[in-house]
Every structure is written in C-alpha cells, then in structure tokens.
Design a protein around this ligand. Structure first.
Ligand SMILES: Nc1nc2c(ncn2[C@@H]2O[C@H](COP(=O)(O)OP(=O)(O)OP(=O)(O)O)[C@@H](O)[C@H]2O)c(=O)[nH]1
Ligand SMILES: [Mg+2]
Length: 342
C-alpha cells in the first residue's frame, strides 16, 4: 500500500478513540475539514483574487455571455497559469453550457469552472498515481525520495514532512544525500533537530549513493518506518544528475524491496509555467510518483496546480503554504477549488 494511504488508515484508526461518541467523532471530522478549508483559502488568497474577484469585474454590467466575454475570460484564465489546454477545456464546457442555456449567470458559470477544474485534479489522482503499486506493509523502511531543482523548497519540505509523518505515529529517519551544496546538510540538520528525528549525513562531496547506503543500513537497524531522502537540485548537467539518481535508486532497491517507494518532485508555484517545464525535464531523469507544490502562499498564479495535474498527469500530494513547520498540507482538490471561487 502506498504510504500516504497507509498513513491515512493509521490516522483514522488512531482518531477512532473508543471513548468518543459518533456525534463527537463527526464534530471532530467537521472541525478538521473546516480547518483544512480555511487554511487552503488563506494559502490561495492571491490566486483567488486573480480569478474570482476579476471574474466579478469581467461580469459587471454584462447581460449575456457572448464571445467578447469569453475572450476576456480566456485571458483571465491564462494569466493564472492553469495552462492553455485547461483554459480551452473550461471555455469549451462553458460554451456548451451557454448553448444549452444552462449557464445564464455568474453563479452557474463558476459552477462549471469548478466542476472542470475538479475533474482534472481528481483524474490525475486516479490515473497518475505511479506509487499506488502495492508496497507490502511489512516492508520497512518506506523510502521517500525528494527531488527538484535548486531552491524550490526540497529541504524545507522534508523538515515539514518529517514532523508530520512523525506526528502521525511513525519513526522517521532523514538522509542528507545533497552532498553537493555547501551547508545543505547543516540546513537539513536544523530541520531534523526541530522535528526530533535522526539524520544520516557525511562530509560535502561524498557520493550521495554512499550516504544513502548508510542511511538505509541505519534505518533497517533502527527499524524505522520511513526514510526521507534529500537530494541535490542542480539540473545543469542532466547526464550527471540522471546517473546519480539512477545509482541511488539502484542502491535503494537492492537494500529494501521496491524502494524507492515514492519519489516526490518539488515544484515552486511562484515559478509558474517555468516550474512545469522544469518538472518535464526532471521526469526524464527520475521516476516521479507525485508532486509537492511549494510557496502556494506567495503567488497569484496558483492555477499552476491544475496545469501540473493535467499536463504531467501526476497527483499533487502536498502543498507548501509557508516557511514554518506546520505549513505543509495534504493537497485536497475540493478545498483547493472551493478556495479559488468562494
Ligand atoms: N513562502 C514559502 N516559502 C517556502 C516554502 N517552502 C520553502 N520555502 C522557502 O524557500 C527557500 C528555499 O527552500 P529550500 O528548502 O532551501 O530549497 P531547496 O530545494 O532545498 O534548495 P537547494 O537545496 O538549494 O536545492 C527557503 O527560504 C524556504 O524558507 C513555502 O511553502 N512557502
Ligand atoms: Mg536543499
């Protein structure tokens, strides 16, 4: 079973305290959902402003949905980075709705947009989930590799993830396999300390695969549930990077069956369509199974989440919504889409 799902079950069974009544559990679920909705809404405030508020302006004083309005809508959608293909798909759905006289006002138009975006996000979750291949629950550690170009937020995400996975009741070990950049390991060490999880590191310039080998031995010896691996972000030499990632993958698979079980590609939402292009390059060198979209809090172009899902057909697992340890959320398509329009 994939880790995030395995974990979800673990989480719900821990939540199912016998001392709680059904009503109390329901209230607890509702409170959690509300909290998630509120945090998503806050994280995509800038994007909501650039879609929802501008939609209101485009519509103001208009009596009908005509081609001129659709042109403005097209421009608006493109500017949020949801991508050309998605924009065309949404416009097509609106045209169909208008011709069937199902869309007469802004409310109906927003409903169609929400439905189309949600469809795309959920489709990638169902079809693009490479890591859904069964990983037996007895396999330990669950190896999670984190890749992506410089500065997108890999190390920060690992710090947040370590805390989160630990809080969910797992023992975690971090592997500092970014031996390329000076201070990379120190930065990770600070996060490891903060989360109270052990870290395996070696001096700068060590072969990352050797650090990973050490970490795998240590994780097995400690019977750790999850090993999170930080990697170097440089992409300027594709052949090197490919060789390095492949070697790491080979070693992981030799030491732990089916490892790495998940390879998360981190994308910086602020870089918008450029991030998408980086992702394509990365997908050529690593078997990416899911996305972490960071810095959603810092962009008005949060529509990139939709473009990623559609064009890469990969599920977004987590989103980063700030620099603090709690600023990482499991991506929830519905909360995201609701947050864009409500
Ligand atoms: N606002 C915001 N900032 C973030 C988020 N995630 C990371 N950052 C910031 O982005 C910067 C780079 O983060 P790192 O984690 O060092 O990125 P990296 O990918 O490990 O970088 P390299 O190791 O150089 O490849 C830091 O200043 C982080 O605080 C996020 O979700 N929101
Ligand atoms: Mg880093």
């Amino acid at each position: 079973m994939a880790f995030w799902r395995r974990n979800k079950d673990k989480f719900s069974s821990s939540v199912l305290g016998l001392d709680k009544t059904i009503e109390e559990l329901r209230a607890q679920d509702e409170a959690v959902e509300k909290e998630i909705g509120v945090r998503f809404a806050r994280a995509i405030e800038k994007t909501r402003h650039s879609i929802n508020d501008r939609l209101d302006t485009v519509f103001a004083g208009r009596k009908q949905i005509d081609e001129a309005l659709l042109d403005e809508l097209e421009e608006l959608l493109i500017s949020t980075d949801i991508g050309v293909t998605t924009t065309m798909q949404v416009l097509e759905a609106i045209r169909t709705g208008v011709s069937r006289q199902e869309i007469n006002d802004l409310g109906a138009l927003k409903a169609v947009m929400k439905r189309e975006l949600l469809d795309i996000l959920e489709h990638s979750r169902e079809t693009g989930v490479a890591s859904e291949t069964d990983v037996e629950e007895t396999i330990k550690p669950y190896v999670l590799m984190v890749v992506g170009v410089n500065g997108v937020g890999k190390t920060t995400t690992i710090g947040k993830l370590a805390q989160r996975i630990k809080d969910e009741g797992n023992s975690v070990l971090i592997c500092a396999a970014d031996t390329f950049r000076a201070a990379a390991s120190d930065q990770l060490e600070i996060w490891a300390e903060r989360a109270g999880v052990p870290i395996v590191q070696q001096k700068q310039g060590t072969d990352p695969a050797a650090v990973l080998f050490d970490a795998l031995q240590s994780a097995k010896a400690k019977s750790a549930d999850v090993l999170i691996v930080d990697t170097a972000g440089r992409l300027h030499n594709k052949a090197n990077l490919m060789a390095e990632l492949e070697k790491m993958k080979r070693i992981a698979g030799r030491e732990v069956p089916q490892a790495p079980h998940e390879t998360l590609l981190v994308i910086d939402a602020v870089t918008g369509q450029n991030g998408l292009e980086q992702a394509r390059q990365f997908m050529k060198v690593a078997d990416v199974t899911g996305i972490v979209l960071t810095k959603l809090d810092g962009t008005a172009k949060g529509g990139i989440a939709v473009a990623i899902s559609k064009e890469l057909n990969l599920p977004i697992r987590y989103v980063g919504i700030g620099e603090q340890v709690n600023d990482l959320m499991v991506f929830d398509a519905e909360s995201y889409v609701n947050g864009l329009f409500n």
